[in-house]
Design a protein around this ligand. Sequence first.
Ligand SMILES: C[S@@+](CC[C@H](N)C(=O)[O-])C[C@H]1O[C@@H](n2cnc3c(N)ncnc32)[C@H](O)[C@@H]1O
Length: 276
Amino acid sequence: MRPIADHTRKAFAQVEEFVRKFYETAEKGDPGTESGMTNEKKKGDPVPAQGRDDMVSGVTNAIRDGAPGANAETAPVAVILDSGCGTGESTIHIARRFPGIPVIGIDKSCARLNKAGNPSQTAGEDVPANAFWIRAELLDFWRLALEHVKSGKWTIPYHAVYYPNPWPKQSEATRRFHMHPIFPTLLALGETIELRTNWEIYAREFAEAARIVYDEAAKGDSAPEQVRGDKEAGITDAAGMTIKCESFDPEKPETAFERKYKEARQKLWRVTVSHF
Ligand SMILES: C[S@@+](CC[C@H](N)C(=O)[O-])C[C@H]1O[C@@H](n2cnc3c(N)ncnc32)[C@H](O)[C@@H]1O
């Protein structure tokens, strides 16, 4: 019920502008990402240069793919979120994985965002033109993003939530995203959400909380499917979605925290929640 903070509304408006210009540039038929554009991040400014004419991309949305009935006025555009991106390293990896879709790294820490896009993260290459960082409060940002999803402006095919603050103390547990009232909003946002954590309990709780949300939603459905599962494999199938909880060993760490945990030989966990 808390009113959305003005600073996050302003930040969200900047993201909308980046997304709009990104697709506008792509619509003009700019051929690819090989033109030497830089999308450089200005030092001391957590928000990189945006909406530049030299930003180019491939577009993978319904318009470009010629979906029946899709047109520039009505079709949702794809946007990827990297929530709690910290120093922004994962945003670069994700942007390279999905070159045709704007990838928005969001964090409330200015100090961390100021490191985003530095040469040690890009291995001497340019920051991908589809990567963008913004300072914002996630809880408010997600609510604004859900409005865009519900109104058909955006679709979020992938949402990264890598190594969120675990809030390990019992007294702080309700700050964990999956124990907070924001959780249904978070689940409703993206087609696939990927949570990464070094804490098995956090991963299992997140997966179980997702199952409960969907189970409750299915009860209200006129034709609910039963929740099925393979507990051994960490997979749960509920009405319209799959939850997978597993340990993994990343070959190359994609975030500062992932590197730290890997170097400390900690087991890492990942939960994917996919709607289909
Ligand atoms: C443990 S760090 C992980 C950072 C990065 N994902 C990584 O793996 O290196 C958690 C990040 O989430 C950000 N964060 C936590 N709660 C937030 C919120 N409500 N809004 C925005 N950022 C938040 C923090 O500022 C911090 O950078």
